[in-house]
Design a protein around this ligand. Structure first.
Ligand code: IPE
Ligand code: IPE
Ligand code: MG
Length: 248
């Protein structure tokens, strides 16, 4: 069982949290800074949230860092983001490794420049035996793209139509073997999914906050987890308390 510094019963703690880290650009704009300064501040914050996740006893954390659609941003911003990823791996990898974080990636690595792709693959290899926190980085990731890729591979493998079911599809996604996210957090006030984990989040609980990602701190993270602990997940069924009442 994971250990947690939170005052929440362990069975009310999400096992898998996914975060849409949004609002870096507006955070920077608000301060009269270039967008890239916002992305740098967002990366600093990510480090804090990873640490808090370890402390809170979260098993899986998936972060949306760059979408398939984000390739359409101005080339300077795309280049700048690639540079940030490179720096983060250079600066943070050993520390993350020491903390027991296992890095994984979901998305299209082949679209990255070979040098960066190599660094990412090395980081994954370096941390593969860690199990304190599984950190899944969605980079060059799109939910539709993932489903298309899964269908292509099922067809190449000659899977018969009658053998395709929910479980089979899940096994062909990038997230094969990972439990679906219990909680998805989106910062910056946007109320949409933006092509993130569209299959996996079918029954996730959502937490939206107007806070821009660089300002989403540990206290607010804790609030999100407390809010989650009070949710009742019904999965289309009837509330368990109602059932007890009607049986009484
Ligand atoms: C999220 O922040 C980070 C990425 C998409 C890479 P944004 O860059 O989308 O920030 P806003 O939404 O423009 O404020
Ligand atoms: C979603 O944010 C992608 C990431 C946070 C990486 P966007 O800022 O790209 O999404 P939209 O354009 O507001 O839907
Ligand atoms: Mg945005």
């Amino acid at each position: 069982m994971p250990e947690s510094t939170l005052n929440i019963p362990l069975d009310k703690l999400p096992r898998h949290i996914a975060i849409i880290m949004d609002g870096n650009g507006r955070w920077a704009l608000q301060r009269g800074l270039p967008r890239l300064a916002g992305h740098k501040a967002g990366t600093e914050n990510l480090r804090r949230i990873i640490r808090a996740s370890v402390e809170f006893g979260i098993q899986y954390l998936t972060i949306y860092a760059f979408s398939t659609e984000n390739w359409g941003r101005p080339p300077e911003e795309v280049q700048g983001l690639m540079g940030i990823v490179q720096d983060v791996i250079d600066r943070e990898l050993e520390e993350l490794n020491r903390e027991g974080v296992q890095l994984r990636h979901i998305g299209r690595l082949e679209r990255l420049e070979p040098r960066l792709r190599g660094k990412v693959l090395k980081a994954i290899e370096r941390t593969k035996n860690n199990d304190r926190l599984i950190l899944i980085v969605a980079f060059s990731y799109g939910g539709r793209d993932e489903i298309v890729w899964a269908i292509q591979r099922m067809m190449k493998d000659g899977i018969l139509p009658e053998n395709v079911d929910d479980e089979m599809v899940s096994r062909y996604l990038y997230t094969a073997g990972v439990p679906d996210p219990d909680l998805v957090i989106r910062t910056s006030g946007e109320l949409r999914i933006s092509n993130f984990l569209i299959w996996q989040a079918a029954y996730s609980e959502w937490y939206f906050t107007p806070t821009y990602w660089p300002d989403f701190n540990k206290d607010e993270y804790r609030l999100a987890l407390e809010a989650f602990a009070h949710r009742e997940r019904r999965y289309g069924k009837v509330s368990s308390s109602e059932l007890q009442e009607s049986n009484a």
